[in-house]
Design a protein around this ligand. Structure first.
Ligand code: F6P
Length: 376
């Protein structure tokens, strides 16, 4: 980019996460007050970009948002290259490029996760100056130490596990609490350790009812007539894991066209049949241990409310550092959290990748050493 950006656009996309407004504020205050540029915020993610729906972000608009949950701009999960309008799906990248040119927007900052990284790459490949910021409670974004939203969600999930201990030991029950994280186990593993869960089940480690039962029976033999199980929403037993992998292999080996569509429909049906996996496990454990079992699905509570200080600090740091990259004309990057600083990572290295928990990760070794059952 030759000329210095005059006007910058920002948007939030994908699932909401605590800290989004801290990033908007950190970026906005730096780009407006420190660098003297204009800032507009597109509403509802990619949709607002396509429909040219936006708000002017000035000092007043940025005031009082640091502690607010969610996103003042709204969000969506729309895909810019497969954008649905009524019953048709179109590639809207050219429309977005035209809209940004018309609005005089020289650079676009996207706050999002894996799906938004793919959107950002599509826009980058069309010549648009983009920068991605790592947003998700799942912490599954490649290339960054962590993402904003993760610390707050861990706080919420940890407190929930603390509270669920009360009913577990009072009723001598097995309490299974399902924790978000999509296909990664970071949130479940972190909150499970912090909350003292007796068993932690992750997508990265397929579990067996036999192993979980043995852990619970061992606890009973030591006098603990209750157990708290932290189970990731993406965790599956060894049979379901094998069935999903087989269906995935079919999709990957099927030729484009009807065969691929049929394979994808089969994969969707297999995954749909596994949605109630936590309730299924609860029934199995009740039968195998003789203890009553109950389930608590934490769901969207983990994404709500005011961000904890760690996410406010991280969000402000990432946002402010992003303004520096905009001014220096450095685009096509993810501004990653690295230690106590930040680091630009090429978007090409990030898009389409997922950061899963390595099965030899320190946190997993710690859990095993303190006697937590991991279902294997
Ligand atoms: O990516 C964040 C997340 O909360 C995941 O943990 C969860 O699986 C997903 O979003 C839920 O998506 P939605 O908000 O579209 O229901």
């Amino acid at each position: 980019m030759g000329k210095k950006p005059r006007r910058v656009g920002i948007l939030t996309a994908g699932g909401d996460a605590p800290g989004l407004n801290a990033v908007i504020r950190g970026f906005g205050k730096t780009i407006i007050n420190h660098y003297g540029m204009e800032l507009i915020g597109f509403n509802d993610g990619i949709t607002g970009l396509v429909e040219k729906r936006y708000v002017n972000l000035d000092g007043k608009a940025l005031s009082g948002i640091l502690t607010r949950g969610g996103t003042i701009l709204g969000t969506s999960r729309d895909k810019v290259n497969r954008y649905t309008v009524g019953s048709t799906t179109k590639n809207m990248v050219p429309v977005v490029k035209e809209n940004l040119d018309e609005l005089g927007v020289d650079a676009l900052v996207l706050l999002g996760g894996g799906g938004t990284a793919k959107n950002a790459k599509q826009l980058m490949d069309a010549g648009i100056n983009v920068i991605l910021l790592p947003k998700t409670i799942d912490n599954d974004i490649w290339g960054t130490d962590t993402s904003f939203g993760f610390a707050t969600a861990m706080e919420v999930a940890t407190e929930a596990i603390d509270r669920l201990h009360s009913t577990a030991h009072s009723h001598h029950r097995i309490i299974l609490t399902e924790i978000m994280g999509h296909r990664a186990g970071w949130l479940c593993l972190g909150a499970g350790i912090a909350g003292g869960a007796d068993i932690i089940l992750l997508p990265e480690i397929p579990y067996s009812v036999e192993s979980i039962t043995a852990t619970i029976k061992k606890r009973i033999s030591h006098g603990s007539t209750f157990s708290v199980v932290a189970i990731a929403e993406g965790a599956r037993d060894t049979v379901d894991t094998a069935n999903t992998q087989a269906a995935l292999d079919l999709v990957n080996s099927a030729p484009e066209g009807d065969a691929r569509r049929a394979a994808k429909a089969h994969l969707a049906a297999v995954e749909d049949s596994q949605r109630e996996h936590t309730f299924k496990l609860a029934r199995e454990l009740e039968a195998s241990t003789g203890l009553e079992s109950r389930v608590s699905i934490l769901g969207y509570i983990q994404r709500g409310g005011t961000p904890v200080s760690e996410d406010r600090l991280l969000g402000t740091r990432l946002g402010s550092a992003t303004a520096d990259h905009v001014v220096r004309g450095e685009f096509g990057i993810l501004v990653a959290a690295r230690g106590q600083g930040t680091e630009p990572v090429p978007l090409d290295d990030v898009a389409g990748k997922l950061k899963l928990v390595p099965t030899n990760h320190h946190w997993i070794e710690t859990a095993r050493k303190i006697g937590t059952g991991l279902g294997d």
